[in-house]
Design a protein around this ligand. Structure first.
Ligand SMILES: *Cc1c(COP(=O)(O)O)cnc(C)c1O
Length: 372
């Protein structure tokens, strides 16, 4: 939290707008829309809520199929299930770790041949980096399938100079505690389409029609962000650029100190992409490095330092055994060999040094043993 966050929060508190709506909510939406250069931004209670309403806005219905990235957090796939629809997972490409446009093309062509095009595509911008929208957006336009961008992990990133979250028909963000900026919990949906924006606002407020007695023609949700949390969000948004710089500096430090080890490969920054490096991710080849990514994670944990595996692909999750997947081996390998290092915007030089020392020791110990 910055000083600005607590000032805005104190103002919201003192004004007594302790309600879902209020002046800070309006201001947060306006400031967010301005920063991303979009016409509509709707603040919601979570990133998951944003994804759910994005799908409903573009008309996803029960029994529809929705194509999405396999390498993601479960919320993306869950939002599809909330609509009664079924996810179809597409594997990653090596260059961005995001949805492989060639596999998407195969899937869309095949679906068109069967006369069963999906109701939507949700592409995830994983770990702070945008997917290959030049190709993906073209394909979705060609097949007339609405494209939704799950930019929950990538606020502040850019693709060909354009902000993450604005590369599809609708963009979704999260302000959960682990994201680059946070309101403790919250989300945002952005779009240039007025009809969709109106529909999302309507559905997020219990689909209440403007009658004094509250008239309802469809089922809505209680998905709005509160005025208090929006006040925090305004302060956070002002810190975004600085946080991107800090996250990228974390990545740079790790890369400078670890890249020379055999079997270490950092997450690439694909061409035309400016990643936030929300998380610093690397791949470890156990044969060359001397131990696998899980041993490194455990060595860090022994020093009370939290690291995590790369997302377990959705097509490997027990909850999704009824779903199709196109490809799968790339995200499986990223999961098997991948590690996300501590990446907070407030890590000190000393914190980074400690991590580097422990990771280095994992490799050196092995190679010393082997030399004996
Ligand atoms: C965090 C996250 C979400 C969900 O956001 P919440 O605000 O936690 O509901 C969705 N998709 C991805 C890729 C995420 O990382």
């Amino acid at each position: 939290m910055s000083d600005e966050c607590s000032e805005f929060l104190a103002d919201a508190y003192q004004s007594n707008w302790i309600a879902p709506l209020g002046p800070h909510l309006d201001a947060f939406e306006q400031e967010f829309a301005k920063k991303l250069k979009v016409t509509h931004a709707i603040a919601l209670s979570s990133g998951t809520a944003a994804l759910h309403l994005a799908l409903l806005a573009v008309g996803v219905k029960p029994a529809d199929e929705v194509i999405t990235s396999s390498l993601t957090f479960v919320a993306t796939a869950n939002a599809i299930r909330y609509c009664g629809a079924k996810p179809v997972f597409v594997d990653s490409e090596r260059s961005s770790w995001n949805m492989d446009p060639n596999l998407l093309e195969d899937e869309l062509r095949h679906a068109a041949e069967q006369g069963q095009l999906p109701a939507a595509v949700i592409v995830v911008d994983v770990f702070g980096q945008c997917a290959e929208y030049r190709l993906i957006a073209k394909l979705c336009k060609e097949y007339k399938v609405p494209l939704i961008e799950d930019a929950a992990e990538s606020l502040g990133a850019e693709y060909q100079g354009q902000p993450a979250g604005t590369l599809a028909d609708i963009g979704c963000f999260s302000f959960n505690g682990n994201k680059i900026i946070t309101t403790s919990g919250g989300g945002m949906l952005v779009t240039q389409n007025r009809q969709w924006a109106d529909k999302v606002r309507h559905l997020a407020t219990q689909a209440r029609l403007p009658a004094p007695h509250y008239e309802h023609e469809e089922i809505g949700f209680n998905y709005r962000l509160s005025n208090l949390l929006a006040a925090i969000g305004r302060g956070q948004l002002r810190a975004l650029d600085d946080r991107v710089r800090k996250r990228r500096a974390n990545f740079q430090y790790y890369q400078d100190h670890l890249e020379a080890f055999p079997g270490v490969e950092f997450m690439p920054e694909s061409s035309g992409s400016h990643s936030t490096r929300w998380l610093t991710c690397l791949l470890i080849d156990p044969v060359l490095f001397g131990c696998d990514s899980e041993s490194v994670r455990v060595a860090l944990e022994a020093e009370n330092i939290e690291a995590r595996p790369v997302w377990k692909p959705m097509h490997l999750q027990p909850v999704n055994t009824d779903c199709r997947v196109r490809g799968g081996s790339v995200s499986e390998e990223l999961f098997q060999r991948g590690l996300c290092l501590p990446s907070g915007s407030n890590l000190s030089k000393n914190d980074l040094q400690r991590v580097v020392e422990i990771v280095s020791d994992c490799s050196r110990t092995y190679r010393r043993r082997k030399a004996c």
